[in-house]
Design a binder for this molecule. Structure first.
Ligand SMILES: NC(=O)c1ccc[n+]([C@@H]2O[C@H](COP(=O)([O-])OP(=O)(O)OC[C@H]3O[C@@H](n4cnc5c(N)ncnc54)[C@H](O)[C@@H]3O)[C@@H](O)[C@H]2O)c1
Length: 663
């Protein structure tokens, strides 16, 4: 059977042979044994409902064993034999080009070069899943291959509920991930529901088919490191940046450090992750001996050259070494997966990688205590260096939150965190409030020359805009022009031919319209998928991250994320998604996003203008209502340009008067 036939058959009619557990691939850690005996029966019945009863006698013991061995039923036997890679769009069997584009994006999220644990359908973040099991993958691809543009596919946390009649202007796919009744949104609830096979953690761009490899975050990290460096005195060259994590997203840190011009050290405990980033050229050198490492680091700092080093070991050992040896560190952060602290997101100091993996599955309480002890040591060392001038920031991984829960010395006397989230100081006021966010695109031809042409078009659009852009956003425009000029040279593509760029509403619309025109004229040979990270202006309500610079008390509400996705869905998105969890943890964030196919048509031109305008400006409006000055500036500008936009603006209370009244 060729690729098309295999997709079209969905779940094969003949039972495939069992697949050996491939040790050459990175696997998700064994999940906690959380289900009662009765619930395990239920999990098994849930899994078997995907298959004809004749197979149940074979599959039931096999799935029970998977549940026992891995804490989940992945249905490994049904993993397809074809290569998991984003193919050129015409290679997909499809009645709708929009559906074919979604298939391409799904395969990209599961590509071995892209996905963190491809056999467990995990794209990044340790638990960021595209599907819960292989049956869901097979059925979804089959539905996409057969659907028309008069239908919409409904996805419940990886499970394809089915195709429903709709219309051409409706999204082709509507995705929800991890949506639960709020009182049932604790980390153990995720463990239970996921083990039962009824919910999944979609992260941000994993369960929404919009992940583009670590490039997605290189740009955001570059902006963050660059602007953090600008906050310090002196030139950025020769400054030392220390952080942790070379995983799915965190693997971007060394590359971003090089682009920003600093010397960086990234600690990583998982040898497979370090090896992957080193062989991909994303980190320059790897050391496991700290003395040898610092000889090289000092040399790079003295020569003021940008260089990235990996420390193959625990971040706590690295921080404690720096504190003990009085090493001056300029910038510090952390991107271990602390949104998922008890199931492999954070490895405690003092235990090997293997010991930790065993302990988290077999002695979860002891593991939890080890993580918390490690976090307390982690923070003590960071505090010592911060007292000597290091600028430390939380990198959106729940480091501050989990450290405070572990009882680490991370709070000031007023009960607030000692360190800012990078959104509070940098990303919020400099980018999100003005509408700048991680706009991205994928060339569905798979041809590098199409990506080159799109880079060229985006650069020309930005250069033209920057001639007249107001002074408030001129730095952002300059940074983005520099980024896009160097994007190809920085070899950022892993997986599909994709690019990311921070742009505001005007920039996103103008670039998208120019792409659509180029497709129409044949300058770009095939459609482009447009999308964004959920980590953006409007898509995400997350009080410790995306909305941490909202100070009117509304940072714990999630109206914006819900409105964002509803609004996108009736303004022309090709697919939309809304997730509980992602970034900072299950129950801690609601985030959503979209995908949109640009095919050179007039319909696409109309949709992109309508949808992108809303997609950015709804978030700016909320940020303006929270009294953020940058957002008030941006939304007034948008209202000037589009008279049909009418946004409620805040008045500022006289704080002297309020203080007087409250005496
Ligand atoms: N700032 C942002 O914009 C942003 C974007 C995406 C993700 N994140 C957050 O960053 C975190 C990392 O994301 P990811 O996709 O890279 O996750 P990941 O799980 O793929 O990678 C984290 C890595 O940290 C390593 N690690 C864990 N504990 C360690 C320790 N004590 N010492 C050294 N290494 C350790 C793990 O082995 C793993 O490889 C997540 O919490 C994610 O939500 C932030």
């Amino acid at each position: 059977m060729d690729f098309k036939q295999q997709i079209l058959q969905g779940i094969p009619s003949e039972l495939p042979s069992p697949k050996p557990y491939d040790t050459a691939v990175s696997h998700a850690p064994k999940r906690k044994d959380i289900l009662t005996q009765e619930e395990k029966r239920l999990a098994l019945c849930n899994a078997l409902r995907y298959f004809k009863p004749e197979w149940h006698a074979i599959l039931a013991p096999e799935f029970a064993q998977e549940l026992k061995d891995y804490g989940r039923i992945y249905m490994y036997r049904f993993r397809p034999d074809y290569t998991m890679v984003a193919r050129p769009i015409e290679e997909y069997p499809a009645k709708s080009q929009q559906a074919a584009a979604i298939m391409l994006m799904i395969q990209n999220n599961l590509d071995y070069a892209v996905a963190q644990h491809p056999h467990e359908l995990i794209t990044y973040g340790g638990n960021g899943a595209v599907f819960q099991n292989w049956a869901q993958y097979l059925l979804t691809m089959q539905y996409l291959a057969t659907m028309t543009e008069e239908q919409t596919l409904v996805m419940y946390s990886g499970h394809p509920l089915g195709l429903f009649p709709s219309h051409k202007e409706a999204p082709r796919v509507v995705v929800t991930n991890g949506m639960v009744i709020p009182n049932y949104s604790k980390p153990d609830d995720w463990e239970r529901f996921n083990a039962l096979g009824v919910s999944q953690y979609g992260q941000m761009t994993a369960g929404s088919y919009m992940y583009i490899g670590p490039q997605g975050i290189v740009h955001g990290t570059t902006i963050t490191v660059l602007n953090a460096g600008r906050m310090l005195k002196g030139k950025i060259a020769g400054k030392l940046f220390i952080t942790a994590g070379l995983g799915g997203m965190s693997g971007a840190q060394p590359k971003a450090g090089n682009i920003a011009g600093v010397v960086s050290i990234t600690a990583e405990v998982n040898p497979a992750a370090t090896y992957k980033r080193h062989t991909q050229g994303w980190v320059d050198e790897v050391f496991s001996n700290l003395e040898e490492l610092f000889v090289k680091v000092k040399k790079a700092q003295t020569q003021k050259i940008a260089r990235s080093f990996a420390y193959a070991g625990n971040i706590v050992d690295l921080w404690e070494y720096c504190a003990k040896h009085n090493i001056h560190v300029d910038l510090g952060s952390d991107q271990t997966s602390l949104h998922n602290p008890w199931a492999g997101g954070y490895y405690p100091v003092g235990y090997s990688f293997e010991e930790s993996n065993k302990m988290m599955a077999e002695q979860p309480e002891q593991f939890r205590a080890a993580v918390q002890e490690s976090l307390r040591r982690h923070v003590t060392a960071v505090n010592q260096l911060a007292e000597k001038g290091m600028y430390f920031f939380d990198y959106g991984n729940a480091f501050l939150l989990e450290s405070s829960r572990a009882g680490a010395n991370i709070l000031k006397p007023d009960g607030k965190f000692k360190y800012p989230s990078y959104v509070q100081d940098i990303m919020g006021p400099m980018c999100f409030d003005y509408g700048f966010g991680p706009f991205r695109w994928v060339c569905t031809s798979g041809k590098p020359e199409d990506l080159d042409m799109s880079d060229q078009i985006a650069m020309e659009v930005l250069q033209k805009m920057s001639e007249t852009s107001p002074q408030e956003i001129s730095q952002q425009m300059r940074d983005n022009i520099t980024w896009i000029k160097g994007a190809k040279e920085n070899r950022l593509v892993v997986g599909s031919q994709a690019r990311i760029l921070y742009a505001d509403a005007e920039g996103r619309i103008k670039i998208a319209a120019a792409f659509n025109q180029a497709i129409k004229e044949g300058k770009i040979s095939a459609p482009i998928v447009l999308g964004r990270d959920h980590h953006d202006v409007s898509g995400t309500d997350s009080p410790y991250r995306e909305t941490s610079n909202i100070y009117d008390g509304s940072s714990f509400t999630a109206d914006m994320a819900i409105h964002n996705v509803i609004g996108d869905s009736f303004r022309g998105a090709t697919w939309v998604s809304i997730h509980n969890g992602g970034g900072v943890g299950w129950g801690e964030v609601i985030n959503g996003g979209f995908g949109m196919l640009l095919d050179g048509s007039e319909d696409a031109n109309r949709r992109l203008k309508n949808m992108l305008f809303w997609d950015v400006n709804n978030g700016i409006s909320r940020r303006a209502w929270a009294r953020n000055n940058e957002a008030i500036f941006a939304i007034k500008r948008a209202m000037n340009e589009n008279p049909s936009l009418k946004v409620t603006l805040p008045n500022f209370a006289d704080t002297v008067l309020v203080d007087e009244v409250m005496k």
